[in-house]
Design a protein around this ligand. Structure first.
Ligand code: HEM
Length: 508
């Protein structure tokens, strides 16, 4: 018995030594280099068991011990975690090329068959061109003239129409529900989904349309499974074992792609360059404008047109979640809601709907949106980055192809930038004369920074502004009697608030 114990004990010690040697081997390739510090990893699982479920909180705590650049091991993957506004700026802006890659993760390669601009395409000349074309297509569409309203562009017209529909529906549902209130989630989901469908494919659906609801549900499922399937990224062995969640995710991604493909083919058949209907048309126009030759050899037309799939996916859940948090803060802090009413009444009045042109004269409402982004920090990390070359940051050496997490939550709660970071105070973004403090608002990290910065940040801000102001132009949103409001999030790809109900009271 004793003999057995010492044999297995010796085997364990041997295993541990081997793992340590393997870990050290990587470092021996770079003698004399100073690697980022970090907690001691366990064999096989690395530091995974040292992480709370809300991993951003654990990584924020570790920053206090190890500083702005430290290293953890998640399963078999080394991850360098960056915190602190100026360190992150140094990496993503001053050393932009070196930090602009994406890690080769299994779940990333499942999207768009490994040709996704956001997740899997290799950083280089073709990627730079791809992002530029997507940016130009979004811009072209944003500047398309409205059809029949005084809106500044077609984009604003469509968002305003959907927000107005949402308000009318909320009013009806609210009247029926009375004091028991309603859960606004489904209506938010279908309203924002409809905006995305009109932007990408020029098609608005009835909220109970079967095809539409299928796509909305498939998209929600893809995101849920995408988050759940990420274990495969840290333990690649799982991709070879039966994994129903992963199989389901791939199946859903396939269904989503078929739906998109159908719309793309329809657009190609009916394209008219004098009438840009939506982002798909704008992308087709970009292909037609390209010169034959070098550019076309970098990127195929099909790859460009298929970018609409990522713009569709990216502009969905991120905005719904932003609006869910906004509603929760509005009912939690009625005095803040009252200040937005004041601004709407003085700057817009009751005779017309809020418009994008009102935004510059409504600094408090903008400050509210910045405070929602900062306080909720519902995208605590950017999409993971990776290094495209060996690089040094804050004196620490980071080899090429290292996975890098950017802790946006930490920046948004850094005591060196924000007074009482845990309090929800839109006022913090206003100067003494009541203007928006741009120096401070640009420190809110929710869209990333530098070359990889979110492509849809201005569309997202426009959409959230239009939804929030159109809603509060017509309705009071109140807490339901007796409902405790909890501001702690549910962890996920984007962090959602816990379910809550709202009571709707029309404003006269
Ligand atoms: C409030 C809403 C939104 C939030 C919070 C958000 C946030 C983000 C974040 C954190 C990233 C990753 C940046 C990085 O990796 O460093 C990102 C990337 C991206 N976003 Fe957004 N986003 C929003 C809305 C949108 C919309 C509406 C669109 C499209 C119309 C969009 C398109 C993209 C694209 C294409 C990328 C990939 C960029 C790249 O890989 O270079 N996003 N977004």
């Amino acid at each position: 018995m004793h003999m057995e114990f010492s044999t297995s004990g010796a085997a364990l010690v041997l295993c541990a030594i081997t793992l340590i040697l393997v870990a050290l081997h990587g470092r021996r390739k770079y003698p004399g280099r100073s690697f980022p510090p970090g907690p001691q990893p366990w064999p096989l699982v690395g530091n995974l068991f040292q992480m709370e479920r809300q991993i951003h909180l654990s990584l924020t705590k570790l920053r206090e011990q190890y500083g702005d650049v430290f290293q953890v091991k998640l399963g078999s993957m080394e991850v360098v975690v960056l915190s602190g506004y100026s360190t992150i700026k140094d990496a993503l802006v001053r050393q932009a090329d070196a930090f602009a890659g994406r890690p080769e993760l299994f779940s990333f390669s499942a999207i768009a068959n490994g040709t996704s601009m956001s997740f899997s395409e290799k950083y280089g000349e073709a990627w730079v061109l791809h992002k530029k074309i997507c940016r130009n297509a979004l811009r072209t569409f944003s500047q398309t003239k409205p059809q029949d309203s005084s809106a500044s562009c077609l984009l604003e017209e469509r968002i305003s129409a959907e927000a107005t529909y949402m308000v009318e529906t909320l009013k009806e549902q609210g009247q029926e529900a009375g004091n028991s209130g309603i859960d606004p989630t489904q209506l938010l989901v279908t309203s924002v989904a409809n905006v995305v469908c009109t932007l990408c494919f020029g098609k608005r659906y009835a909220h109970d349309d079967k095809e539409f609801l299928t796509i909305v549900n498939v998209n929600t499922e893809v995101l849920r499974l995408f988050a759940a399937g990420s274990l495969v990224d840290f333990f690649p062995i799982f991709q070879y074992l039966p994994n129903p969640a992963l199989r389901k995710m791939l199946e859903f991604i396939n269904r989503m792609n078929n739906f998109m493909e159908h719309h793309i083919q329809e657009h190609l058949a009916t394209f008219d360059r004098n009438c840009i209907r939506d982002i798909t048309d704008a992308l087709i126009a970009m292909c037609e404008d390209r010169q034959e030759g070098e550019e076309s050899s970098l990127l195929s037309d099909s790859q460009i047109v298929h970018s609409v799939i990522e713009l569709f996916g990216a502009g969905f859940d991120t905005i719904i979640t932003g609006l869910q948090w906004s509603l929760l803060y509005l009912i939690k802090f009625p005095d803040i809601q009252a200040k937005i009413f004041e601004e709407i009444d003085s700057q817009v009045g009751m005779d017309r709907l809020p418009q994008l042109k009102d935004k510059p004269s409504m600094p408090y409402t903008e400050a509210f949106m910045f405070e929602v982004f900062r306080h909720a920090s519902y995208m605590p990390f950017t999409i993971p980055h990776s290094t495209t070359e060996d690089v040094t940051l804050n004196g620490f050496f980071i080899p090429k192809d290292t996975c890098v997490f950017i802790n946006q939550y930490q920046v948004n709660h850094d005591k060196e930038i924000w007074e009482d970071p845990n309090l929800f105070q839109p006022q913090r973004f206003l100067t003494l004369s009541g203007h928006l403090n741009k120096n401070l608002s640009e420190k809110v990290m929710i869209f990333g920074m530098g070359i990889r910065r979110c492509l849809g940040d201005s569309v997202a801000r426009l959409e959230m502004f239009m939804f929030i102001t159109t809603l509060l132009h017509r309705l009071h949103i109140e807490n339901v009697p007796g409902q405790e409001l909890d501001l702690s999030p549910l962890f996920g790809l984007t962090m959602k608030p816990k379910p809550f109900r709202i009571k709707i009271v029309p404003r006269n």
